[in-house]
Design a binder for this molecule. Structure first.
Ligand SMILES: Cc1ncc(COP(=O)(O)O)c(C=O)c1O
Length: 366
């Protein structure tokens, strides 16, 4: 059996009628940027999350950058986040001229260790970017409490956690702002690049609408220095179709994760831990295993494609050498980077395929 890590063509097969109709509608209308589809998506997504505002932007990286920018974060400010994340979380902080500062992660959830936040604050810290990695929320209540006490902005990186909840509250509704990516493979993905920012703060939303559109509220009148970062009509039309499937598809992801959890329970590896009060939506199913590279090779030989999220922590990437974090400074992050392995998990993956992955893992003698 050949099992790909992801296969979006299977998703398209399932919903191609609706998608073709939605894209055709945009093409016939002849209006491609900042139109009815975007408005419909922003309203629908805000309603889905139960928050006042959603502002569509070009991608998840710019969602984080513009969210920070809207809060007034910029040059010489420090922004706290984790090194165990997709590099774009950190690029977004650098993009606006701020300095990323890292904290280590919790070994069980592989998410920000909130207990380390307070000791990493300086007089320059202006914001925190908790990353709801793999589809599970960071322990937000203590983080919100610390942030409030130190007057920090909280921008949730929800790129991998659309539809996840923490104590019944959806990712993207807890901090000052939530930043989403709709990159195709995400739990809610479009068919190109896309992103959005959510907030309950009308002033921030107003500023974001200007920031994404050349700094203007009224055409050709630029109130602030802005960008071009808009979610286009074709992508918004795709998202309008797929938003209806989000809960159903997240439930299917959870079912597959349950099968993996049960099937792999007695092996010498760690299956992902869902923290109490969390609804994990398994954007990625990341196991930890000591013999990671050997196991990955074995699985590849048996036709099972896996990926590593992420092999090199951001603080050890060449691009961030100037931050001067020495090797070994985030021990949990670095050991997770050596051991983590993502198994195939997507909505259209069949139960027999999941079973094949489980049996193959069981047959590994490494
Ligand atoms: C955790 C995280 N943050 C940010 C991003 C950036 O999103 P995008 O690729 O849409 O710019 C991604 C996606 O790659 C991500 O996984």
């Amino acid at each position: 059996m050949e099992i790909k890590f992801g296969d979006l063509s299977r998703e398209y097969q399932q919903i191609h009628g609706e998608i073709d109709e939605a894209i055709g509608r945009v093409l016939s209308r002849g209006w491609f940027v900042l139109g009815d589809e975007l408005k419909k998506f922003e309203d629908g997504f805000a309603r889905y999350l139960g928050i006042q505002h959603c502002v569509g932007v070009a991608n998840g990286t710019e969602a984080i950058a513009l969210a920070l920018k809207a809060c007034g974060v910029g040059l010489h400010d420090e922004v706290l986040t984790v090194s165990h994340t997709a590099t774009p979380t950190v690029s977004a902080i650098s993009m606006i001229g701020a300095k990323p500062v890292f904290v280590d992660i919790d070994p069980k959830t592989m998410l920000m260790d909130v207990g380390q936040v307070e000791r990493s604050l300086t007089s320059k810290t202006r914001a925190v970017v908790p990353v709801h990695l793999y589809g599970q929320c960071v322990d937000m209540d203590p983080l919100l409490e610390i942030s409030k006490r130190h007057h920090l902005f909280v921008v949730e990186d929800c790129a991998q956690a659309t539809g996840a909840t923490y104590q019944e509250r959806p990712a993207g509704t807890m901090g000052h702002l939530g930043a989403f990516s709709f990159y195709p493979c995400k739990n809610l993905g479009c068919y190109g690049d896309g992103g959005a920012i959510t907030t309950g703060d009308t002033n921030l939303a107003d500023r974001l609408r200007m920031l994404r559109n050349y700094g203007q509220r009224k055409r050709y009148h630029n109130e602030i220095v802005g960008y071009n970062s808009r979610l286009d009509e074709i992508q918004a039309a795709v998202l309008n179709v797929k938003l209806h499937y989000l809960d159903l598809w997240n439930e299917r992801r959870r079912q597959i994760a349950k099968r993996y959890n049960e099937g792999l329970a007695h092996l010498v590896l760690e299956t992902p831990a869902e923290a109490e009060g969390n609804r994990h939506v398994y954007h990625l199913y990341a196991i930890r295993v000591k013999s990671r590279d050997g196991l990955q090779k074995y699985l590849r030989e048996k036709g099972v494609e896996t990926l590593i999220h992420y092999r090199v922590p951001v603080h050890l990437q060449q691009a961030y050498a100037e931050l001067e974090y020495p090797k070994g400074c985030f021990p949990i992050t670095e050991s997770v980077a050596r051991e983590v392995l993502s198994l195939p998990l997507y909505v259209q993956l069949g139960n027999e395929e999941v079973q094949y992955v489980i049996s193959t893992l069981k047959s590994y003698q490494g």
